[in-house]
Write a protein that binds this ligand. Structure first.
Ligand SMILES: Nc1ncnc2c1ncn2[C@@H]1O[C@H](COP(=O)(O)OP(=O)(O)OP(=O)(O)O)[C@@H](O)[C@H]1O
Length: 269
């Protein structure tokens, strides 16, 4: 597992700054949650961290190596990416999708080795889709597709993993299992999340984006305050600790009207 560092990262489209001077660090083995409202820049930042887009300014480092100096293959051997709503060819089976995770370690026409097959078997079990492995990808439910994409990512045996809202299609059990699983791995994770309670429970560190800027970062306890949530999301919340478990708890009270964030007036929906 390695450290991911973004320094002065910016990205624009047609003169609009979508990411502005982003600074963030995901330390080795930590789970870093990216929070922020729709359109705040989470997916864009993940794509820049993944090298799927080149930054306009700034750098991304994996440990001490700049993303620019890491070749595609070297990057694919350490970094796995789970994007939102991935599509795959209709005729591909679930197992074949997961086998793609072994591609960075094989020659183009090399058959899978016994070790490759063992890894694929093991990750299919771990994300609970082993019983679906011979089913066509396109027939899976949204949650099963999401778990299959995680299995493909884990088949890469990554040191770092970037996940874009990996729980949005999952039932409650699979949401908890996915995040529990991430915690047991020796992997550095950056994960975009919408559920503030899951973020509070599973993230070591939280980075909050708003209008393409980092507006706060730190531990869940320091970042998840009612003031911050109201100013960024326009929602009044109650924050306390669940009495039995002591876990940080965010209760959503009401959407507030016309709040101001990052100097912009946001209309209520
Ligand atoms: N290629 C592009 N061209 C124009 N606008 C873009 C492009 N890519 C992203 N955007 C805009 O940039 C903003 C940030 O998008 P992004 O997908 O990063 O947000 P997000 O925080 O991941 O949102 P969500 O929570 O809805 O997934 C959005 O307003 C989006 O419309």
């Amino acid at each position: 597992m390695g450290r991911i560092t973004a320094t002065e990262l910016s990205w624009s489209v047609k003169g609009h700054r979508l990411l502005d001077n982003i600074e963030m660090v995901a330390d080795e083995g930590k789970i870093v949650g990216l929070l922020g409202p729709n359109g705040s820049g989470k997916s864009t930042l993940l794509r820049l961290l993944a090298g799927l887009r080149g930054p306009e300014t700034g750098t991304v480092h994996y440990d001490d190596i700049s993303l620019r100096d890491l070749g595609r293959r070297a990057l694919a051997r350490r970094l796995a990416v789970v994007e939102q709503d991935v599509t795959a060819h209709n005729r591909v089976s679930v197992r074949q999708v997961v086998e793609l995770g072994r591609t960075p370690f094989r020659g183009r026409f090399d058959p899978l080795t016994d070790r490759d097959r063992q890894i694929v078997d093991s990750v299919l079990e771990r994300v609970d889709v082993a019983d679906k492995q011979h089913q066509s990808w396109h027939t899976l439910s949204g949650g099963e597709k999401q778990r299959t994409q995680l299995a493909r990512a884990l088949a890469q045996e990554p040191r770092e993993i970037l996940l874009d809202e990996p729980t949005n299609h999952l039932d409650i059990r699979h949401q908890l299992e996915l995040l529990d699983l991430l915690r047991t791995l020796d992997v550095t994770c950056v994960v975009a999340l919408h559920d503030l309670n899951l973020a509070a429970r599973y993230c070591d560190h939280i980075v909050v984006l708003d209008h393409g800027q980092v507006v706060d970062a730190g531990t869940p306890e320091t970042v998840l305050t009612s003031e911050l949530i109201e100013s960024v999301y326009g929602v009044e919340v109650l924050i306390d600790r669940e009495p039995t478990t002591g876990m940080l708890r965010v209760t959503y009270l009401t959407a507030t009207a016309g709040q101001t964030t990052a100097g912009k007036v946001v209309e209520p929906w």
